[in-house]
Write a protein that binds this ligand. Structure first.
Ligand SMILES: C[S@@+](CC[C@H](N)C(=O)[O-])C[C@H]1O[C@@H](n2cnc3c(N)ncnc32)[C@H](O)[C@@H]1O
Length: 285
């Protein structure tokens, strides 16, 4: 166990001292230098609307303002949203690593995954690159507070695999409730797992004392360990009503049972412990 702590604290320090090098070597999803363009970005885009129960994306997104939190380094959802008819897309990420010029080549490659009837439209959009640059806006704030985001009136707010990396969720949700239009819909996909930072049982990272957890993760941006019930409280206390919870992946019963058996002090509700990946569909209330 001591080795597990020391190893992870050491890794965290390496992340803190040499962030660019780690990103170069590890190429984590959605972050880092160049991420190979494949169908991943189109799959994520489609899955957002599937989760929102939208049948005709073009019809639904037309003239809307879309916000994506934590898009990563390829602005796939932003580009596809514009091609499908969105008026504007606002990307909000903690890190400012996306340089818009580099996106052009990404956008060209993203066209390959579109249905044939939209490929021509996408190419036309890329011809008017200045207009596209005005319609996809990127804001970053290393503090994660985003106090400088203007009043945008967002219609659709999306995130995938982001909220579990956010340490100050109340600040993020204060900002989201300020910029949401009165009928805004949100989808957040949240991976509640350890991100490979457990010891033996997949849930035992929940048990690491808070100070040690911070020493192991503060530079890595690894999971905040917020549970399903805590997310629900955060949404509701910022005036977002949960319309649906989508359980994407559950832990094995044996994993949950073993964790409870060896962690008599566990205070997390068993229903929360069972869930590994979850999606929340919310609306402003
Ligand atoms: C695992 S990546 C997911 C990227 C992309 N959404 C995907 O599905 O591939 C997490 C993203 O969240 C961003 N992020 C981390 N902390 C954040 C924060 N406090 N606010 C906004 N974005 C954040 C990271 O910079 C990164 O782009």
């Amino acid at each position: 166990m001591l080795i597990y702590y020391i190893k992870n604290i050491f890794k965290n320090i390496i992340y803190g001292l040499f962030p660019s090098l780690v990103i170069k070597i590890k190429k984590p999803t959605g972050r880092g230098g160049t991420t190979k363009i494949n169908s991943y970005h189109f799959d994520i885009f489609n899955s957002y609307f599937k989760h929102l129960d939208v049948e005709d994306i073009q019809e639904f997104i037309r003239d809307k303002t879309v916000v994506e939190i934590g898009p990563g380094n390829v602005l796939g959802t932003a580009f596809y949203s514009i091609v499908y008819g969105a008026k504007k897309v606002i990307c909000i990420d903690r890190f400012p690593v996306v340089f818009f010029k580099e996106q052009y080549n990404n956008f060209v490659s993203l066209i390959d995954y579109l249905p044939n009837h939209l490929k021509g439209k996408a190419s036309e959009i890329l011809k008017n690159y200045d207009d596209l640059k005005n319609r996809i806006v990127y804001y970053s704030d290393l503090t994660g507070r985003f106090t400088h985001i203007p009043d945008i009136k967002a219609d659709i707010i999306l995130s995938n695999a982001v909220l579990e990396h956010v340490y100050d969720l109340p600040s993020l949700f204060n900002m989201l409730s300020k910029i949401s239009d009165k009928n805004a819909l949100m989808f957040h996909g949240v991976d509640l797992r350890s991100h490979t930072m457990h010891y033996k049982n997949e849930l035992d990272f929940l048990n690491v004392p808070i100070i040690l957890w911070k020493l192991m993760t503060c530079f890595r941006g690894a999971p905040n360990r917020i549970t399903r019930s805590e997310y629900i409280n955060i949404f509701e206390s910022h005036n977002f009503k949960i319309l649906r919870e989508l359980i994407v992946k559950k832990y094995d019963t044996a994993t949950v049972k073993e964790y409870i058996l060896y962690n008599k002090k566990n205070t997390v509700d068993i229903k929360d412990l069972e869930i590994a990946i979850i999606g929340f569909v919310c609306k402003v209330c």
